[in-house]
Design a protein around this ligand. Structure first.
Ligand code: CA
Length: 229
């Protein structure tokens, strides 16, 4: 029997650990559990996992500190679990190198989708396919061609750069700060109004109903996510 990717779960609440173990092993993942941050760091060093699920609210150490310690050497994806309403905590976690987050309470389908996206990005699988297709939207990054429902759409160079950045990380949440630095440059990390304007333009050009976007999704107070393929 082939062994699935090893996932280390660092979470102090036993019912959530039990739920994660059952859901993940049913999908063929191997699971290791730690209920404290220090123990999680030790386990990660002993047997480096393919992905870490990290609760930010731990009793012994702040989850952000665990994240920072891990990121000093750990390159594989980290998906954090955070409580509803703690948007600044999520933004910090992403800035400290988390790949994504799931807000409690979460469903198993949502969690598994996030894990698959994170694992695919870490194995470099997305770079091999420079064509993004979802529903009516087709983007050929090689030819810089954007087509919606068979019609070619003209984007300005900055609109295109924003879209291409989102496609490079399709399925992953990107913070306002990250998008501003990637698209506008390091001096513009705080200019979130640029993003709002350009995202509205992109939605107007690409979405059937810009008020209810299917592709360009808002992550409230955190950033944006392009729907995964
Ligand atoms: Ca907790």
């Amino acid at each position: 029997m082939t062994q699935g990717p090893l996932i280390l779960v660092i979470e102090d609440e036993q019912p959530i650990r039990r739920f994660l173990r059952a859901s993940l092993t049913a999908e063929g993942y191997q699971v290791q559990e730690a209920e404290m941050g220090g123990q999680g760091l030790r386990l990660a060093r002993q047997q480096p996992p393919d992905l870490v699920i990290l609760d930010l609210g731990l009793p012994d150490v702040d989850g952000q500190e665990v994240l920072k310690s891990l990121r000093e050497w750990f390159k594989a994806p980290i998906v954090v679990l955070s409580a509803r309403g703690q948007e600044s905590q999520k933004v910090n976690a992403l800035d400290y190198g988390a790949d994504d987050y799931v807000t409690k309470p979460f469903g198993v389908a949502e969690l598994l989708a996030r894990l698959r996206t994170a694992l695919r990005h870490s194995s470099g699988g997305m770079e091999a396919t420079p064509v993004y297709t979802l529903g009516e939207l087709h983007v050929d990054l090689g030819a810089r061609r954007v087509v919606v429902g068979g019609e070619e759409v003209h984007l300005t160079p900055l609109e295109y750069k924003l879209l291409a950045t989102l496609i490079k990380h399709a399925g992953k949440v990107l913070t306002h700060r990250y998008l501003l630095q990637e698209v506008w440059g390091p001096g513009h990390a705080e200019e979130t109004h640029y993003l709002r304007v350009f995202m509205a333009n992109l939605r107007r050009k690409l979405e059937a109903d810009p008020a209810r976007p299917r592709y360009l999704l808002t992550e409230p107070a955190v950033g944006y996510r392009l729907a995964g393929e």
